[in-house]
Ligand binder design. Structure first.
Ligand code: PLP
Ligand code: ZN
Length: 396
């Protein structure tokens, strides 16, 4: 396996055991817990000036803090997305500054590309010929694209309600697409069945240790784009919590390296139609209960049984953040407001973050000089039909 110098292997987030990343691929061999990549940060001499001197040319510019070197990466220059200033939203939310991290500008139009660049690189390092995953849609599209780039076969399991764009592009990239009747949980079960007896590398989130690891680079970039200011709040549309957990890990690494002092408060935003994390947060529990009847138009965050909820809830607590749910109707209104007031295109799923931020502002959670980051996790025009129907439903 070709790894970077400071990469120290995998540690179980549950039992704390260390494992060799060359031989351990998915989940803790002892307890089944989620694995985290670790680094010998003390041995790394990485300064703000080092990072500033590098071109802003994709997430691999943080190579020392990733498991695999850039020249062994399966990459399409994902990452280094813009952080767009939105003074209108800052006025509306009554805070000092609102910036939108626009992850729509990734190769397949969503932040899933960061996770798949790393996970498919890992699949190659492990000598896999096939990758497989269950996905609400965007991750499947991304997997098919990165597998195509690496010359691997991909097996993607999406629920029937996944968007047309996602299904079409999985086909276009040559993925083996399996449309499963029902919802995400049904797709996950079908994927698990199909993997029985196969030697496929799973790129399902938190099954591979590398999806959340790739997404941590969003936090690195935001901090650097803000001139090393740690944002006060980051609001994240939360399904499985991959990006939220990753970004929190990234913040702790930057802090431990002495690059920043504090941690941004992380907020999980969900739809009231599927809000297991918010429910667990409000109950003060350290684990979610499965959401009985998931029902939201925000497909990307319709995850009723997020296996990593203990990690999500830890991140919210450790960062002094929180969780917020808003109804689909308000979420769709927020997407339209953002599109009309800022020009930015935000899909329904991502707009859960905008809508959640409005709710948090109304609850008085924000201070008037706060810098608030909204994560626009995918390009808005992947969900153009949903936004347009919402307008038409209002007679517009
Ligand atoms: C996957 C996805 C999410 C949720 O991501 P998690 O990290 O699993 O919580 C949010 N928005 C969009 C557009 C997505 O595709
Ligand atoms: Zn373990």
């Amino acid at each position: 396996m070709e790894t970077t110098a400071a990469f120290a292997g995998l540690v179980c987030t549950d039992c704390g055991q260390d494992f060799d990343a060359g031989t351990t691929t998915h989940g803790c061999p002892d307890c089944g817990g989620i694995l985290n990549p670790t680094y010998d940060l003390a041995a790394l001499d990485l300064t703000r000036a080092d990072l500033e001197s590098r071109p802003f040319d994709g997430m691999w510019r943080y190579e020392e803090l990733l498991p695999f070197p850039r020249d062994a990466a399966v990459t399409m220059d994902e990452g280094t997305t813009p952080l767009v200033e939105c003074p209108e939203l800052a006025d509306e939310l009554g805070v000092g500054r609102v910036v939108v991290k626009d992850e729509g500008r990734n190769p397949t139009g969503s932040f899933k590309d960061r996770g798949h660049a790393l996970a498919v690189s890992a699949a190659v390092q492990h000598g896999a010929s096939d990758v497989a995953l269950a996905s609400a849609g965007n991750a499947g599209q991304s997997a098919a694209a990165y597998a195509a780039r690496a010359g691997l076969d991909s097996h993607v399991f999406v629920p029937s309600r996944a968007s047309f764009v996602n299904k079409a592009m999985i086909n276009v990239h040559g993925g083996d697409m399996n449309v499963v009747e029902g919802r995400f949980t049904d797709a996950a079960a079908a994927c698990a069945d199909a993997m029985e007896g196969e030697d496929w590398y799973s790129t399902s989130s938190f099954s591979t240790p590398y999806r959340h690891e790739g997404k941590k680079t969003m936090l690195y970039e935001i901090v650097e784009q803000l001139g090393w200011e740690v944002p006060d709040r980051v609001v994240y549309p939360t399904g499985g919590g991959v990006g939220l957990v990753g970004m929190h890990k990234g913040a702790k690494e930057f802090r431990d390296l002495g690059l920043i002092d504090g941690l941004p408060a992380m907020y999980a935003a969900q739809s009231s139609g599927c809000a297991p994390v918010v429910e667990a947060w409000e109950r003060g529990s350290d684990r979610h209960d499965e959401w009985e009847v998931p029902d939201t138009i925000c497909g990307g965050i319709e995850i009723p049984d997020p296996g990593a909820s203990p990690l999500i809830l830890d991140a919210l607590r450790e960062s002094d953040g929180g969780a917020v749910a808003t109804p689909d109707d308000e979420i769709l209104d927020s997407a339209i407001t953002v599109a009309q007031h800022t020009g930015l295109e935000m899909g329904a799923t991502c707009a859960a973050a905008a809508s959640g931020a409005w709710e948090l502002a109304e609850e008085g959670v924000f201070d008037d000089d706060d810098t608030v980051v909204l994560m626009n996790t995918a390009t808005g025009n992947k969900e153009d039909d949903i936004l347009r129907s919402h307008l038409m439903g209002k007679g517009l």
